[in-house]
Design a protein around this ligand. Sequence first.
Ligand code: NI
Length: 436
Amino acid sequence: MKLTATLLLASAGLVLATPAARAQHAALDARIAQLAAAEQAKVVAWRRDIHEHPELGNEETRTAQLIATQLKSLGLEVQTGVARTGVVGILRGGKPGRVVALRADMDGLPLTETTGLAFASTVKTTYLGQPVGVMHACGHDTHVAMLLGAAEVLSHVRKDLPGTVKFIFQPAEEGSLPGVVGGAKLMVQEGVLDKPKVDAIFGLHIWASAPVGQLWYRPRGEMASSDRFTVKVMGRGAHGAKPWGSIDPVVTAAEIITALQTIVSRQIDLTQDAAVVTVGTVQAGVRYNIIPPDATLSGTIRAFSPKTQEQIWAAIRRTADGIAAANGATAEVTIEPYVPLTFNDPALTARMLPTLQETAGPANVVEIKAVTGAEDFACYQEKVPGLFFFLGGMTPGTDPATVADHHTAGFKVDESAFPLGVKTLATLAVDYLMGK
Ligand code: NI
């Protein structure tokens, strides 16, 4: 009878832990916590080195070199040049089991650093033809350093691990140059989730306005999908003094801009999902008294479900076409999907929540509102269940309103955040593999 129950549970993917197995698991989690704390000096050193030498997306060659050297020194199988500059490390545990992936992003941003830190970046480059500084202004330097820390921690307990851990160091999270496929999307296309096939993936983002010690997460839609749209309105040019000779694309575009704002406010069920439609550019004409022949708008769409996303796409096309037609003009709508929805698998999130609560303490695990920013971790979550969460990086007691935000030249994080990040990444891998 007992044996039958065990078999049934095992076939359902559940592990019926004996007291001995539970004790072994608890001992391993305790060892991970100790090793993660001991890793701090190295994590800080890696972080400062990478911070001082930031590289833009798809150019992270020095960072990749540092990662590959460290992973090789731990005895991992290492692949380089994945999605151009990405690095993948594979740690095969001493026992058979599932495959879990942990991911960090590697790229910096075109910004000139003003933090005044001793290890601030002075790197300069050109971006889209303009001279710029380069800076780790989103904390991806800390992600790389913490994942290297987790890799070292897990390599110390390799013989006790039932399964395989894949460490994914991904380039170009912030996006590639226009028309270039990169980042998570290209890593997935190149098979990063295969050989061995990944069963689940975890990733974190340090957060400048969350206090050190806290973990923030949200089940299901956590960060929005992000699509770019353009509307080109084609009319007929004329002298500005004789508008009756024109089909005015400026007035038509203005009507379209206003009408686009009714998509979210009048057509989306806001009790289900938040959504955003923003027009960010308007281009038309060269002179005040010439009605131009065309006008172009571009903007961004944020949504928290594929259904809402599709509804908005259809509404933008319908609105632009209809208003253009009413004015005797035509509209050409282009929608470019950029990053899908960062969707935390509900079953995986529920299953791993106790791990977050154990590593940070239950009071420090906070369920947050949906974030309208986007994150290309979503590309992995389209293929395998994943959980993405935020790690507090703000010195406790600071007023979040005074914190320099991500993607600004003064962006800073508190390095005392790292041990919790290292511990949580490593413990998620262990707990997942041991069947929590
Ligand atoms: Ni980021």
